[in-house]
Design a protein around this ligand. Structure first.
Ligand code: MSP
Length: 505
């Protein structure tokens, strides 16, 4: 089984923020989960470096687009290990190998008769790098996303015959209702398609920062076509001397935010159809992380709105795993939702430090105190067997549908169950009464095994914490086929463990 997951590639006109980290961590959770299932995984992320958003930002900063791209691409590259994501490759669209491949594909689109020369006149948002139709304009001809006045543009450029794909796209959505998820987003895309598709500009002649159009070197490709193709081109050069296209294309899953739905759910499949390339299996559209401003109104976080919660600060104080956990626990993946330092603090303390961290330290401490650090080699408690029954299957099924938050919630129910089990069995009482040694054995064994089982399932969410805890439990294997409660024998010698979620200094 091959599993190929992608994130949007990020504009290098600004530094990374929590929104970028969010999409990337979501993809990482799924990539790690599928690796646990023994699948062959390829996980791609990267930077979108061409076009007006970058050219204009460079001009504002008085540097060349390349300088700005190099500087910010480095920051995005550095973000990946910092948020502990396990991407297999990082694509930069300024890479000459990407450019060559874009030219090949687009030449094919041209040769297949889907391109013509025309004059474009309309409203253009340089921040979105998008032409807006009248129905997409904000009040006073503004961009509804960036709230800036739009420029009226007129230029001769090459057009892609998007209008001829109306019927094939409608058929795609009818035949493959799961192509875009959640369903509400598929409906949104379909409504856009049914509203009538207009041909779109495929090239620009006013800027030179981009991939040259091979049949007309005065033009560069409109940045979105160059950018979308990254998902396909990367496979051809991600590994030296190897072409991974055969193995991993079509992509299993594109993860994107709702702001770029139209490009992925309308332009992208049309472009692939025009180039005779297979369509990806699924696109998963997630919502926005929102933050409150001083007046209490919630906004999408963005550099231009200046309301960014700095993920680096959070990670410096509380660790990377706490951030990863919080984002997917606090906001139901797929929906919009507010994030704040207050709710972060609450979840850190009650859930991570108390419910999970204390469960781990108590279990290990009691095993050391009452059984010299050896997990008793007895059967697990049948009461817990019932409560853990089917959990691995449920988590796999939910994550097959990219229900990242729901899967985490199911796991967390078992973390809470184990906490209740500690209270119910009160091992410290059993330890006082020699005649109850067998009960103490069962309780300690069940706690260690329960902790191991939930931790294997939590590995994709909190890889660092899971690594430490599983090492202390002398059970480092994270393979899914050994995740079920009771599937590993007792008898391991447990080690010491520093507090997993200490009080911040
Ligand atoms: N370069 C394009 C994407 C090209 S993909 C072929 C782009 N880049 S971006 O830097 O603006 O990143 C947009 C993506 O970042 C969103 O689609 C989303 O995945 C993520 N997010 C940015 N802000 C976000 C939030 N506030 N909340 C959640 N995700 C957000 O668009």
């Amino acid at each position: 089984m091959a599993f190929y997951v992608t994130t949007p590639i990020y504009y290098v006109n600004a530094a990374p923020h929590l929104g970028h980290a969010y999409s990337t961590i979501a993809a990482d959770i799924l990539a790690r989960h599928h690796r646990q299932r023994g699948e062959e995984v390829f996980f791609l992320t990267g930077t979108d470096e061409h076009g007006e958003p970058v050219a204009q930002a460079a001009e504002r900063e008085g540097v060349s687009p390349r300088e700005l791209a190099d500087r910010n691409a480095e920051r995005f590259q550095a973000l990946m290990p910092r948020i502990n994501v396990s991407n297999d490759f990082f694509i930069r669209t300024s890479d000459p190998r990407h450019k060559a491949r874009v030219q090949d594909v687009m030449q094919r689109v041209h040769d297949n008769g889907h391109v013509y020369k025309g004059v474009y006149e309309g409203w253009y948002c340089p921040r979105c790098a998008d032409f807006k139709t009248d129905s997409e304009l904000g009040p006073g001809n503004t961009c509804p996303i960036h709230q800036i006045p739009l420029e009226r543009e007129r230029e001769e450029n090459w057009f892609f015959r998007l209008s001829t794909f109306q019927e094939p796209l409608e058929r795609l959505y009818a035949d493959r209702p799961e192509f875009v998820r959640p369903r509400s987003r598929a409906n949104e895309a379909l409504a856009f398609i049914r509203g009538g598709l207009q041909d779109v500009s495929l090239s620009r002649s006013k800027i030179s920062w981009g991939v040259e159009v091979p049949w007309d070197r005065e033009h560069v490709f409109y940045v979105w076509f160059d950018a979308l193709l990254n998902y396909y081109t990367a496979l051809s050069f991600a590994r030296d001397g190897q072409d991974l296209t055969e193995r991993f294309w079509p992509a299993t899953l594109h993860i994107i935010g709702k702001d770029i739905l139209k490009f992925h759910a309308v332009f992208w499949p049309a472009l692939l159809l025009a180039a005779d390339i297979d369509l990806p299996q699924q696109e998963l559209i997630h919502g926005y992380l929102l933050m409150r401003d001083a007046s209490g109104t919630e906004h999408k976080m963005s550099k231009s709105l200046g309301n960014v919660l700095d993920p680096f600060e959070v990670m410096d104080t509380f660790g990377t795993d706490a951030l990863r956990y919080y984002c997917f626990r606090e906001v139901s993946f797929g929906q919009d939702g507010g994030v704040s330092t207050a709710t972060f603090g609450e979840r850190y303390e009650t859930e991570l430090a108390n419910e999970y961290g204390n469960l781990a330290s108590r279990t290990l401490a009691m095993t050391r105190r009452y059984r010299d650090g050896v997990v008793p080699d007895v059967d697990v408690d049948p009461a817990l067997v019932t409560d853990f029954e089917g959990l691995v299957g449920e988590v796999c099924e939910l994550l097959d549908n990219a229900e990242v938050t729901q899967a985490l919630d199911r796991i967390w129910l078992r973390v809470r169950r184990l906490n209740r089990y500690v209270e119910e069995t009160a091992p410290w009482q059993l330890a006082k009464d020699g005649s109850r040694a067998a009960e103490l054995d069962v309780a300690l064994r069940s706690l260690a095994e329960g902790l191991r089982s939930v931790t294997v399932l939590l590995h994709p969410y909190m890889p660092e914490t899971a690594g430490k805890l599983l090492a202390a439990l002398a059970a480092e294997d994270v393979a899914m086929d050994g995740a079920a409660f009771g599937s590993r024998p007792g008898g391991a010698s447990v080690g010491a463990l520093e507090p997993l979620f200490p009080k911040p200094q």
